[in-house]
Design a protein around this ligand. Sequence first.
Ligand code: FE2
Length: 350
Amino acid sequence: MSQIHMAEAQSVNGKAICVIEGQGASLEVLKSWVAEHRAPLEAEWVRYGALRFRGFEVLGPQAFEQVAAALEPDLKNDYLGTSPRNARSQYVFSASELPPYFPIAQHSEMSFLPSAPRKLFFHCTVAPQRRGETPTVDWRAVWRDLPQAMRETFAARGVRYIRNYDGPTSPKSRDLWQLKRWDEMFSTTDPAVAEQKAVEQGLRCEWLPQGRLRLVNERPATRVHPVTGETVWFNHTQVFHVAAAALEYHRIRQQQKTLRAIFFDALTAALTALKKRRKAAVDQPMHATHGDGGEIDPAHVKTLVDAIWRHLVIEPWQVGDVLAIDNRSTGHGRLPFTGPREVLVAWTGV
Ligand SMILES: [Fe+2]
């Protein structure tokens, strides 16, 4: 009888999750089990939006890459997202090099691009001493929970994303929210090559003084899940909108109740007010409006963040965990932490 069990469990905040318990099974045993259980595994993956593999002899980028490839052979390594990342193997990267105090709000990977991956994988090689979870959220539940008028507005008007990047020759920015430079994102210092890569993703380029680059694009606010036919909230408003960071820090303060969270909540609220006064929305490092350029109602951003936190699944990392996410239905983020932490990421094609 197989030592591997797939069952529903409860996250530490009381939400239903699907856990595949290995009880010390090796990488090879896991790979054969995946091959033999492909249909039920896929069904539960779609149903729960995420699978957590726990208790397997799986540790490090090479082993993780093999688990991800066993689940989905179509791994990719091109990335036009916002997080700074370092390569750890051909298809495995550090999840984010952002500093520990920096939260990452819930998002589906690259949902602001037409090439958002189908599936996404995380692997913990060093579990944080305190906090630092990678929460997930089911966007189908978030969508159902939003007020009807708000859903109609987003469905009709979509979302425009605006990102402002420094370049290799720009003076160093002191903005806390400044993204990595465009030459880092496109892996080239040649503006023509960067522009071509941007255009391939449907991004409009606007070259600004001092070698800066503004990227603008519009996307629908939702998508239909290709397997279940359900509508899914599928956009980055809660990450890009200028008011979002302060709302996120406020929720983190309520959840973590640490002095640091209290400090960052107050700081972010003050800095957000300041940055709105100092820079027009279009000049902020990131911002989201409706697709027609009209500002998103700030009350809608608050309603959205509240809905996300109502459905947030929070489960602490254990060393060796692999979290497999259906990116078409389920978001992920990161809560601030202290001490060492290493989480790796891999993703598939569309
Ligand atoms: Fe991400």
